[in-house]
Structure formats: C-alpha cells, structure tokens
Design a protein around this ligand. Sequence first.
Ligand code: MN
Ligand code: MN
Length: 465
Amino acid sequence: MSEKSKAELLKEKLTIKHQSGLKDASEETIKNAFDFCEDYKKFLDDAKTEREANEVSLSIAKENGFVPFVMGETYKAGDRVYFNNRGKAVAFAVIGKEKVENGTNITAAHIDSPRLDLKPNPLYEEIDMALFKTHYYGGIKKYQWTAVPMALHGVFVKTDGTVIKVCIGEDDNDPKFVVNDLLPHLAQEQSKRTLSDGIRGEELNVLVGSMPFKDDKASELVKLNILNILYEKYGVTEADFLSAELECVPAAKACDIGFDRSMIGAYGQDDRVCAYPALRAICDTKVPEKTAVCVLADKEEIGSDGNTGLNSAFLKYVIGDLAKMQGGDETVALRNSKCLSADVNAALDPTFQDVMERRNASQINRGVCVTKYTGARGKSGTSDANAEYVAQIRNMLDSAEISWQTGELGRVDLGGGGTVAMYIANLGVDVVDLGVPVLSMHAPFETTSKFDVYMCYKAMYEFCK
Ligand code: MN
Ligand code: MN
C-alpha cells in the first residue's frame, strides 16, 4: 500500500467523517436490525392508535417486570415502575443507583399519529348510502386519504362508564371502510383546485354501508340498518357516538419494502418508529446509574396540548413523584435531567430533493438523526439544543459506535414543524431531538429503513442504561 499523502492525512484529521451507515455495517448488525424490525412490525400492526399503543406497551413492560407506581412506596435501584395516564399516555421508569434529584435520563416519543377522527355526530344517510363525517387529526395531505382501505379503531363510553372497544378492518375477514374520490373523467373542476385543496376537510366522508333495513314505513333505512348492526354488535345507540373516540386509520399492515427487504412500509411510523425502540430500550435497562424514564405521549400531532400531551404537567409530576419518593425535590430533579426527544425527521427523497439543503438533510440508512432544532421562520417554535448537550450526545453515540447523522427539517423558510422537545425544555431539562428519518411522513403509508430503526434502539439503550 502506498503511503498517504500530506493532504490525505490532513483531510483525515480535519474534515467531518460522514457516518457511512448501512454500507459499512457488519453482517451481524444487519441481521440484528432485521430481527429487531420483525418485532417492530408486529407492534405497528397491534398499536395503530394511542390507546392501543398504550395498552400494547404496557403489556410488553409488564412482561419485563414493570409495576404501577404507588405513592408512598419506596423503590430501590433497578426497580421498574410505570405511570399510566388515562390509557392514552404512559411513562416507564427504572430507578437508578444515584438519587433522582441528581437527574434522570428521559426518552420521549409520541404514540398518536395523523388519522381521521369521527365527529361527535358522525353517522348520516345520503342517496341510500350511510357515511361517517370526520374531522382529520394532525397535519395530512387530505387527497392521500381517499380510495384506500380504512379500519375503525377506538372506544364508545356509555353514560354508566362502560368502555366498549372497537376494532374493525384489521382482521382479513373484517369489512373495511373507504373515503371515495371523484373519478378522473369528471374531475375537470376538481383538478383546478390546488393540491392542498384537492380534497377538502368536509369531503373526507367515510362510506360505511348501503343496505336498507327491511321495512317500508321508516325513512333513512340504510342508516337505521347500520345503527341496528352497531346495536347488535356493541350494544350502542346513536347517542353513544357523543362520548366516543373513534378513529379511522389505514387498514394496511406493516410490510417489508424493496427486493432487498431493507425498508419497512406502514401506517403510523411517525412516531412509533421511535416509541418502540424507546420502549424496548427501557425494558432492556437493568440497573442504571441515573433513573431512566421513557414517556410515550399522546396529542403530539395536534400540538401536545391536553392532559395526555407533553404540554401538560404529566412528565413534570412523574419526575416529581420519583424525586419525592426519595425525599428529593422535583425542581432540582428536572434541572439535572437530560432528554432525548425521540421523533422522526424527514428523509431526503430522491424525487423531491430540492426541499432539502443537502449538507443538512438526513438520509435513510445513515443511522439515527440528531436534530438540533426544528421550528419554522427563523427557528420559531422549537428548542434549539445547547451545544454543550449536543456534544455529550455526540460523544455517547460515537463511543458506542452507533451510526448517526444530523438533519434539519427541510430548507430554510420552506415550511417546518415541531416536536415535544420544546415542552420538555421548558421544564428546565436539557433536550435534543433524535429519531429515525422517514419517507412520506404523515401519509397513510410511511417508509423507514430497518438499519435506522435499529440504530435508534441502540441510541436509546445507550442513553438509558
Ligand atoms: Mn412525530
Ligand atoms: Mn408528525
């Protein structure tokens, strides 16, 4: 081998070493990534809503020894507790060797995803067809949600408090639902609309039936027949829709993408692609130095407001309760805490490269993406992570040989977005975003890379352990 030139040596010393990612990964790492993602795909299919993700996560955690936190009890290093927030958000903690007051290591991901929620009074009949009115949840390109098979998930809650779970459209034998679109032959007027207006909010109506109830006296017989089916199946009447949370989500199952099976396609990967690795990481954490906390939150897609979102006091009180259990102080514990806000970033798409600034864009298969800030219009609405903290995370990732990259959320002034990072930062915690790059984010079917999902898990585990 010829000796390296002066320039080559200098280049090696001074320039950024672009993380090579999948192309330099060992066979073993690739196998681990593929194996990890088999479980991840199952999680995606079992947990399409925040309630289901909460339930599935709790059952995985319970198998791993987590028990409900009880005020007044004392827990020792290695003990595992959880805080269930109304069945829609949950926090898990593994007690550390150090006092909680010395700070906790928090991973935070969200388990809600964009979808079509049923309105409080959804069911109606029009020209002998029964439909549901919906109000979309989160930022969606509405036209993408037509003409794809949909499933209905959620709950009816009766006035006596009985909760009736609904999940139709997931079993192969189940019927599905659909939002119909206009045929191209008659779409001349519709085609003149802008893309964002192509399908309007009030046009996202879900077809749920067309068969009339056999009686010639009453009107709206198709709607009546649907109500009759719902009554027979769930014991609910039309009024019970008033206290229900019913969500229309894509019925498709998670699957491999590509001849090489290197990617995963599924609904709701934002942000279950971070929630699942975070959950697995805290389950694999034994006796950490600092108390490890994993919070899986609701409501991120609509701004994190509400008592199950992270703009509530939920996380603050979780840390507070853990600190007080040892006679410590909530404020001190928060001030000393660190957090990985585990959320996705936009992956560079070969077809739409110009929305990104290439030097600061994440790509699939380059590992987990550290996002220093999100926001819009000059970093508005974000927590811009402190350089000191980013340096610590850089060191952690490099030391553990975890493939990682950095990425902004698109070109300056093109748009933008936010995560839960700023709400946690507002508590005085050091926070940076770290997550998996996603293609087609917020579409009914999103794409990620298996290698990146696994690197996300490795980063979460390194942070918790
Ligand atoms: Mn997200
Ligand atoms: Mn999102």
